[in-house]
Design a protein around this ligand. Sequence first.
Ligand SMILES: [Zn+2]
Length: 480
Amino acid sequence: MNEFPSGRPVVLRGGTVLPMNGARPAVADVLVEGDRIAAVGPELPVPDGAAEIDATGGIVMPGMIDTHRHMWQTALRGYGADWTLTQYFVWFYLEHGKLFRPEDIHAGNVLAAIEALDAGVTTVVDWSHGLQSADHADAAVDALESVPGRYVLAYGNIQAPPAEWTAAPEFRDFVRRRITGGDLLGFQLAFDVLGDPAFPEKAAFEVARDIGVAVTTHAGVWGATSDEGIRLMYDHGFMTPETVYVHAASLSADSYQRIAATGGSISVSTESEQSAGQGYPPTWAIRTHGIPVSLSMDTSVWWSGDLFSAMRATLGADRSRMHLEAHARAETVTHCSLRADQVVEWATRGGARALGRDDLGTLEPGRKADLVLIKNDHSPVSFPLLNPYGHVAFQAQRGDVHTVIVDGRVVKHEHRLLGVDLAAARRDVERTIDHLRSTMGEETWVNGMNPDIPETKILDNPYTYTDYRSSATHGHPRRG
Ligand SMILES: [Zn+2]
């Protein structure tokens, strides 16, 4: 089946429903009418002509939300599997990132968007920091509008200072033309704060305030951003409830307190932090500050674009840290602090909260109909279904995503994406690969994928718009 009747109500019958609103999981039906969830309950009466989806034996949960994904980089899936963060910075920021043309941004974004939908990720923040021109930005939005998911374009440009690109008339023109308040495309500004006391990012924050959009920023990234950036933001009044701090993995308690006090949230990319070196995945540390958490996968240059992996890695990293800390005190952890239901909450409602979207992230009447059915009758891992949160976090994977609905529209059914041209996406990505490979030359291409072991140059930070260097980004860990 490769089509689904559009414009009709849809009812998912008899699945285990995770409402993510505090109510317990229960076997129930979910009725979708228009772009909304109309009802949740047992044996629901439905309008004539409603399409029925058999959800028995499966799990129905809100669509997952990724609050930080560099979608353009999906064109290079897996290329940097053995990179460190330094090698990533050198490759993208200093050497080859500027080779990406508008059509390359488009190719990466389309593939990333399709990949997200396939895995039940219905909302993605496209942390789009390869937008060297308005043409690149138009290409990014064209791509997002061509795939039926929900996106937030987080506009960034690693090739120019934030104060410069946010002041450019073509940027303002782009915002006026393309960011029109539609429900399926949100907007943020994406840039980092390096800690230079001259605060060269200040004017970019003022632009964000002026046009009324949130800022998302890589904060607490070992070797790049530190407590000094947080203090500058705080002192100038730019830490707001809408601000999303990505990673926040090498910050002091003082910075966490400032984030907590100003109501912002942290986007944790556990797989990234574990492998690239931003700092230890911080959930174990930020829990005590009560800071809201969302999950993200960062970039497919290394990692999987599904949030099952993010949930699993986050549970593992958090528990690993608790055990290690306890063993260092000659103690034993007898009860897990981080539970499976918590990471499922972070992957759904946590993302909605970070984006200021009360209408997403929970399954209850009146909310937007962004939802996922996890069900795979051909899989020995689909039963017994005893602990639904544990099942989602530790057992399920993207191949088990049976049905995905975004804004009331069925975009995946019976494990097949609907209305998506995967062959075209593949052709475009292959063109991008050909372009990059032929432009940089075969040796550079091969060496980029197989970095030397172990010597690399020490890099204070990958940005070149300030000469600022700090011991804070290369000193001792200052966890408070
Ligand atoms: Zn990132």
